[in-house]
Design a protein around this ligand. Structure first.
Ligand SMILES: NC(=O)c1ccc[n+]([C@@H]2O[C@H](COP(=O)([O-])OP(=O)(O)OC[C@H]3O[C@@H](n4cnc5c(N)ncnc54)[C@H](O)[C@@H]3O)[C@@H](O)[C@H]2O)c1
Length: 310
């Protein structure tokens, strides 16, 4: 029988690419997203997927959507690092509590494996050693990172106590088509949008903050590999393993995309760790996953998308 996967938050940036990739791998794909959510990100595959509207915080909606699926992917988040500390109670209730409800339901409905997309950019905190591997201490600074790590820990507990099978993919900084330029997660989308509209770019700090960026079409391929992974590993970093500072990215905009723009530097933000570069060798060895696109190739595709889409 054809296997199926439900993607919670599948109408978003990362989820839409995962949906595309799982279809290519022959799975039946169900996408769960907010009521009346825009279907723009999945418009090109809408005839091939089942789009389910509901609220992730509603147990009944989750139950209805989950039933009958082989696998589940969890991508829903109501916060981003910059907003998570504004209301930590809300962060816990909407993200942690709802995730636990989902895990209970996964057990009830016999989901064979759940894949959780965690945040390699925040769960480790300030690095002691670079590149950061999966054994690096975890000292998240933001509530966002604390919640992601808590969800990871609960998955471990649900596995030990209730045999829920899971894999965790700690994404560094994905970028690409369909990333939302209006939230403060996704630097490249945000900057390209500003440049397209002739606005001055505003940078937090001196532009020396280093991050590890990978193209989302590469990242999406890690999910099917994690679904099929037979190794005992539970956690994988998904990253390019290459660091780029904000200033270096601006340089790529100038040199690769031939863009002109003005830059204004603002005060740095306390919750931004200075450097984050993830070691991706575990994923390379066990998932046989590695980025196939160069940063420049991903950047060109992303810019083309921004030029052609409102
Ligand atoms: N984008 C990144 O840089 C990045 C990096 C690491 C991890 N992540 C994590 O990956 C996940 C997906 O990120 P993204 O960039 O695709 O975000 P996104 O906002 O584009 O997608 C999230 C989707 O979840 C949906 N959603 C939110 N609340 C919901 C609710 N109550 N009920 C139903 N649907 C709801 C949204 O409508 C949206 O379509 C998030 O959990 C995020 O924390 C993102």
């Amino acid at each position: 029988m054809q296997e199926s996967c439900i993607i919670f938050g599948g109408g978003g940036f990362i989820g839409s690419h995962i949906a595309e990739d799982l279809l290519k791998n022959g799975l039946r794909v169900n996408v769960f997203d907010k009521q009346n959510a825009s279907k723009k990100n999945v418009a090109h595959i809408l005839d091939k997927i089942n789009f389910i509207e509901g609220d992730f915080n509603n147990e009944v909606d989750i139950s209805k959507a989950l039933k009958g699926n082989t696998y589940a992917v969890h991508l829903v988040s109501s916060t981003v690092p910059a907003t998570s500390n504004l209301n930590t109670f809300y962060d816990v209730e909407s993200n942690l509590v709802s995730s636990l409800r989902l895990f209970e339901k996964c057990i009830e409905y016999g989901i064979k494996r759940i894949i959780f997309i965690s945040s390699g950019g925040t769960v480790y905190g300030n690095p002691i050693k670079l590149p950061i591997n999966e054994k690096h201490p975890t000292e998240p600074i933001s509530s966002y990172g604390i919640i992601k790590l808590s969800i990871e820990k609960y998955l471990y507990s649900y596995n030990v106590l209730k045999s829920l099978d899971y894999k965790i993919l700690r994404f560094s900084n994905p970028f690409g088509e369909r990333q939302n330029p209006f939230i403060t997660q996704g630097l490249i989308a945000h900057l390209l949008y500003k440049i397209k509209h002739g606005n001055t770019i505003e940078i937090w700090g001196d532009g020396k903050v280093i991050r590890d960026y990978f193209y989302i079409k590469d990242g999406a391929q890690a999910i099917y590999k994690a679904i099929k992974d037979k190794s005992p590993n539970r956690i994988y970093n998904i990253s390019s393993a290459k660091g780029l500072s904000v200033n270096q990215i601006l340089q790529r905009f100038r040199n690769v995309l031939k863009l002109n723009f003005n830059v204004k530097y603002l005060d740095g933000r306390k919750f931004d760790v200075k450097t984050n570069v993830l070691d991706n060798r575990l994923a390379a060895k066990y998932l046989k996953w590695k980025p196939e696109f160069t940063f420049n190739e991903g950047l060109i595709n992303t810019w083309e998308y921004f030029l052609n889409n409102g």
